[in-house]
Design a protein around this ligand. Structure first.
Ligand code: FDP
Length: 313
């Protein structure tokens, strides 16, 4: 509620936006604000911490960078503090982590997506999905009540949706996320393409054909190797297509449904775009395993349809 004593502020903070624009219930607002505080801390850690390798590997056998572990710890700490999380699933943890059984939300996250790019000083990000109940296994990404990501680039950006459009915030000099753009939209046609797991074209002839189509159409290649940055590019430019499909090395593509594809499918759908695994919307894929991988074709709807068709012919 606004009144004379509380005029509409010049700068709209994330908290204000959640309260007055998205009008989400208080618990959801609080957990999103707490998660944004974790992202702020991660952003700071990226600028000030050694990017060396940690001597451990994660549950999927990948080398964990120190920063991966740190980002995972920071998110856990804020989720514990919020008291609103019954359990969480992190790309850096082997199993579901139980917190307060009677709390309302189950949270899924990739604490540092694209972390192999840290030493090259490329942009990286954090991806988060929020479910209104546990367990997450058995649900679909459509069941989420909110999704957000942070992009750590020249500026730190936070983008969220709670089912009423997609909204973008920038971290300002005093450490507050302030509104940049509301109701970000994605057009139906793509001019940019972002082809992940491109090594698959050596043994996936249909993926090679899809690539040839983009080359023949003289579309513009925009691929950084960090999913958060590459999908933020699509949201930011209002068009584009991103793919990560299978070949012999990664038969289902490289990306994971729970922490990567699901949260982004929710956001892109809210922006008017579309996602598919080649057969159905990512939003309708049942989560059967926390480390489940899925092919992903996502972005401008006409280009998603055309590419799905090309890949299935
Ligand atoms: P990374 O392994 O560096 O964490 O999560 C997987 C991911 O990054 C995505 O961010 C990125 O889109 C993808 O891998 C890159 O895959 P390719 O190298 O196969 O293109």
């Amino acid at each position: 509620m606004t009144n004379a004593a509380c005029p509409i502020p010049e700068r709209i903070s994330l908290n204000y936006h959640l309260l007055h624009k998205a009008k989400v219930v208080d618990d959801l607002r609080h957990i999103i604000v707490d998660l944004s505080r974790a992202c702020k801390y991660i952003s700071y850690a990226l600028q000030t911490t050694d990017a060396g390798l940690n001597a451990t590997s994660n549950s999927f056998g990948e080398e964990q960078l120190k920063l991966d572990v740190l980002a995972d710890d920071i998110l856990r700490q804020y989720l514990c503090e919020s008291g609103l999380t019954s359990c969480y699933i992190s790309e850096e943890q082997q199993d579901v982590v139980e917190l307060s059984s009677d709390a309302p939300y189950a949270v899924v996250f990739d604490p540092l997506d694209g972390s192999s790019l840290v030493d090259a000083n490329f942009s990286i990000g954090t991806i988060i999905g929020i479910f209104g109940s546990a367990p997450v296994v058995g649900q679909t990404p459509r069941d989420m009540v909110g999704s957000l990501y942070a992009l750590y680039g020249p500026r730190t950006i936070l983008v969220y949706s709670t089912g009423d459009g997609v909204h973008e915030f920038v971290l300002n000099d005093v450490g507050e996320f302030v509104l940049l753009r509301e109701f970000i939209g994605i057009g139906d046609d793509a001019k940019n393409y972002s082809p992940g797991n491109l090594r698959a074209v050596t043994d996936n002839a249909k993926y090679r054909e899809a690539l040839n189509h983009w080359l023949d159409k003289e579309m513009t290649l925009r691929y950084s190797g960090c999913m958060v940055a590459d999908l933020h590019h699509i949201l930011s430019k209002g068009q584009g297509i991103f793919t990560n499909v299978g070949g012999s090395k990664y038969p289902e593509g490289k990306l994971r449904l729970v922490f990567e594809c699901g949260p982004f499918a929710y956001l892109i759908d809210q922006a008017g775009g579309k996602s598919s695994n080649g057969m159905q919307s990512i939003l309708d894929l049942k989560i059967t395993d926390i480390d489940q991988r899925t092919p992903l074709i996502i972005g401008s709807s006409n280009e998603v349809d055309r590419t799905v068709n090309a890949l299935s012919l």
